[in-house]
Ligand binder design. Structure first.
Ligand code: ADP
Ligand code: ZN
Length: 742
């Protein structure tokens, strides 16, 4: 494979040799620009990198797209020795290594896909100190041959750190538990002096704790970034009967790659076939496909051969395509965390992207049914605990889908991160529903929770409020409570809506062990003590379905962006790599806007590092210059003249005077004058010197400079009676033409 041989030659190039022996002397920013092309660090990156350089253990939790890679790649370049990166998926590994190699970073990987001679070659490079980053799968790490190699590497060139990517795989509480990850702590015993860095995008506290303990991190520097992804636009749409048409239209009118998640393999296949029939380039991805087909489809998606991947959740971790512009959920996700992760595959590059969830209440029944099927395969007994947790998670998803507050507030509160709302980039914030003051009702609700000893769920509380004679209410004696029956004026649905809002706004808590019990918190008491009002968004008014995404840049930059994309695709294909490895979307956009025409200007674009400047600079500059020439040419189109203008022009060119032309053509002299003015504006060589002396022409030009060319009457006023409208018009036409020329 061509990338491999490139790796070998890159590894022994003078650049990487310099870096493998001595730490870089310039600033961290210089190194960042040199290798990755970026001018500044994102929030948190610098602190993490400095801690890594100081040899500390690290736990880095950043959302997808936050920029985790640089956090370990840059230290790997600057520290002596080899960094071992444990990464769960072979496909992901190849991808990351290729992306590094195109930046001339000496990286390589070892896994079962290599031939014995390839493996030997790479081992040789490692021992000669020609490699800075070594990617391996966890299962390989503990085979005796590999451990032997590691010890040799350590002795000869040193190990700079162990980096555990996707570190949440160590936790059973995460969504991708991998038993092999459990053994990683053994590295601690074998190499106690080598720092360990764990990175993940998983947000829940339970998983965080697990990573710290399972990997036995030593007094680590912990970086926990906000999980807010400001560039993602969130929207929930009702599923109508014409769902397919809506999806089709969305895909056709939005450029760039997208993922459509469906609940079942059958739906994936059906939707793919329909889209293909309608001319969309789409491919399927699900666990029912052969490994090879899955791999091929994924590669074609990464390389922008197809626009859309229709997939089940099997299409997941490791798909680090940075320029996915939309993720559509055709069906309800299983829980908020899955939704956050799946939707989060959009916009890793930080550019605007959309996450759309289609919701129909009947989906709830489908999932509910699936939950009921969770049984112990041996005994056929229902798995009650699992079912309970699944039901609670489903309820949270429904709350999200039906929620009327900021979607970010709902998502982030799920991860325990407070968010003030009003994000301006979700459907609820862009089309806010009217708010009503429900403070009194909230007080009724919360005091009912208190009187029921904080030991019941939402439905029970509502039954008490509405004065139910249900068995459970009577049994518990809750018909004797002062809050019994005080909420008859509201429907059960309204109370549910209030209850959800209280949870979403953090004005009440709920236990999360599968038995959802409502609990009061400090803010609940503020409401009860009348220190805090409660506003509830009331039912959705008809939302504007034509909500447009970010306004697009100018049409000109847009057209150039498309051309640069085509060039990028061509260059990527020649090198058998994904287009984003040539340049990110954001970098192409910056090129399209700034239109650099020299290598110096080109180097200043964010995302252009030294290697890429040399490799691609000329090609992109040529494309940009060609585009500009084309634009300039097309701004002076050789208009085909209308018949009447052409006739006037022909007589003018024969040398006839104004009145002669009028006579010959049987039109008024003023009409001929209008024709001539238009012809001048169109750039026809017509001399006005015979009609207006040059001194007068100069005065008219001065007046234009003074008061502008827009208003004829203003010009006339400025110039005075001695100047006719026709004279002003002719000079102005000439002036206009000169403006468009330059
Ligand atoms: P993660 O692994 O956290 O999902 P990545 O490391 O893949 O994120 O980075 C996401 C995107 O952001 C990539 O396209 C990367 O090149 C870009 N990126 C990372 N750091 C910076 C930076 N300091 N400036 C600009 N872009 C950056
Ligand atoms: Zn919002």
């Amino acid at each position: 494979m061509m990338v491999d041989s490139a790796a070998a030659s890159l590894a022994s190039s003078p650049l990487s040799a310099e870096f493998s022996h001595s730490p870089h002397s310039g600033s961290l920013e210089d190194t960042l620009k040199h290798y990755f092309g970026y001018d500044s660090f994102r929030l948190g990156q610098r602190e993490v990198i400095e801690a890594a350089l100081a040899g500390q253990d690290l736990l880095v939790i950043m959302p997808t797209g936050g920029g985790k890679s640089i956090c370990f790649q840059l230290p790997a370049l600057l520290k002596p020795g080899v960094m071992v990166v444990v990464s769960p998926l072979i496909a992901l590994m190849q991808d990351q290594v290729t992306a590094l190699q195109v930046n001339q970073v000496a990286a390589t990987y070892l896994n079962s896909s290599l031939s014995p001679s390839e493996t030997r070659d790479r081992e040789g490079q490692l021992l000669r100190g020609e490699v800075k980053l070594l990617y391996v799968a966890p299962e390989r790490l503990f085979n005796p041959g590999f451990l032997g190699l590691l010890s040799q590497v350590k002795a000869r060139v040193g190990l700079s750190a162990f980096t555990i990517d996707e570190a949440h795989c160590v936790s059973e509480w995460g969504h991708d538990f991998r038993p092999e990850y459990r053994r990683l702590a053994e590295l601690r015993d074998r190499y106690p002096d080598v720092p360990m860095m764990a990175l993940t995008a998983t947000a829940t506290d339970r998983v965080r704790q697990d990573m710290l303990h399972q990997l036995r991190l030593r007094d680590p520097f912990v970086h926990l970034a906000s999980f807010n992804r400001p560039n993602l636009y969130y929207e929930v749409r009702p599923k109508h009967r014409n769902l397919y048409d809506e999806v089709l239209q969305y895909v056709q009118t939005n450029e760039g790659s997208g993922i459509i998640y469906c609940a079942s393999r059958r739906q994936v296949d059906e939707l793919t076939a329909k889209l293909q029939r309608d001319g969309v380039t789409a491919l399927p991805y699900h666990a029912g496909l052969k490994d090879r087909d899955r791999f091929n489809n994924q590669t074609r998606f990464l390389r922008d051969d197809v626009q859309v991947m229709v997939a089940t959740v099997a299409f997941g971790m490791g798909i680090n395509k940075p320029d996915v512009r939309f993720v559509i959920h055709h069906d309800l996700p299983r829980n908020i965390e899955s939704y956050y992760q799946e939707a989060g595959r959009a916009g890793r590059d930080g550019e605007a992207a959309a996450c759309i969830l289609y919701f129909a209440p009947k989906d709830i029944r489908t999932i509910d049914w699936m939950i009921e099927q969770k049984v112990n395969p041996a005994t056929g007994e229902p798995l009650e605990q699992e079912q309970r947790i699944a039901r609670q998670q489903l309820r949270q998803v429904i709350d999200y889908a039906e929620g009327t507050v900021c979607r970010r507030t709902i998502q982030l509160s799920y991860f325990g991160e407070p968010f003030p709302g009003n994000c301006g980039n979700c459907d609820n914030c862009r089309n806010p529903k009217p708010l009503e003051d429900w403070t009194i009702d909230a007080q009724k609700f919360l005091s009912c929770v208190a009187r029921c000893q904080e030991r019941f769920g939402m439905n029970h509380i509502i039954e008490v409020l509405r004065g139910s004679k249900g068995q459970r209410v009577l049994q518990k004696g809750h018909d004797k409570l002062s809050t019994y029956g005080i909420g008859k004026d509201k429907t059960a649905d309204s109370w549910k809506h209030l209850s959800r809002t209280l949870l979403q706004q953090g004005l009440m808590d709920e236990t999360t062990d599968g038995y959802p019990v409502l609990k009061l918190n400090a803010r609940s008491w503020e409401v009860l003590r009348k220190q805090q009002s409660v506003y509830v968004a009331v039912a959705a008014q008809s939302a504007d379905p034509d909500q447009r995404r970010e306004t697009r840049a100018s049409a000109n930059a847009d057209a150039l962006f498309q051309k640069l994309r085509t060039l990028r695709k061509q260059l990527a294909d020649e090198r058998a790599i994904a287009p984003y490895m040539v340049f990110a979307d954001s970098t192409l956009k910056a090129m399209a806007q700034q239109q650099p025409q020299t290598l110096t200007e080109f180097a200043a674009i964010s995302g252009v590092g030294s290697r890429k400047l040399i490799q691609y600079g000329d090609k992109f500059i040529a494309e940009i210059c060609a585009f500009r020439d084309e634009q300039n040419a097309s701004h002076r189109p050789k208009q085909t003249l209308s018949e009447t203008l052409a006739a006037t022009l022909a007589l003018y060119q024969q040398g006839l005077t104004l009145s002669e032309i009028a006579q010959q053509r049987g039109i008024k002299a003023t009409t001929v004058m209008t024709h001539l003015t238009e012809l001048i504006e169109l750039g026809e060589p017509i001399s006005i010197d015979g009609w207006i002396d040059s001194e007068k022409q100069q005065t008219i030009r001065k007046a234009i400079a003074q008061v502008g060319a827009l208003s004829l009457s203003l010009l006339r006023e400025t110039l005075g009676e001695a100047y006719s409208y026709d004279e002003i018009k002719l000079v102005r036409a000439l002036w206009h033409h000169e403006q468009t020329e330059s």
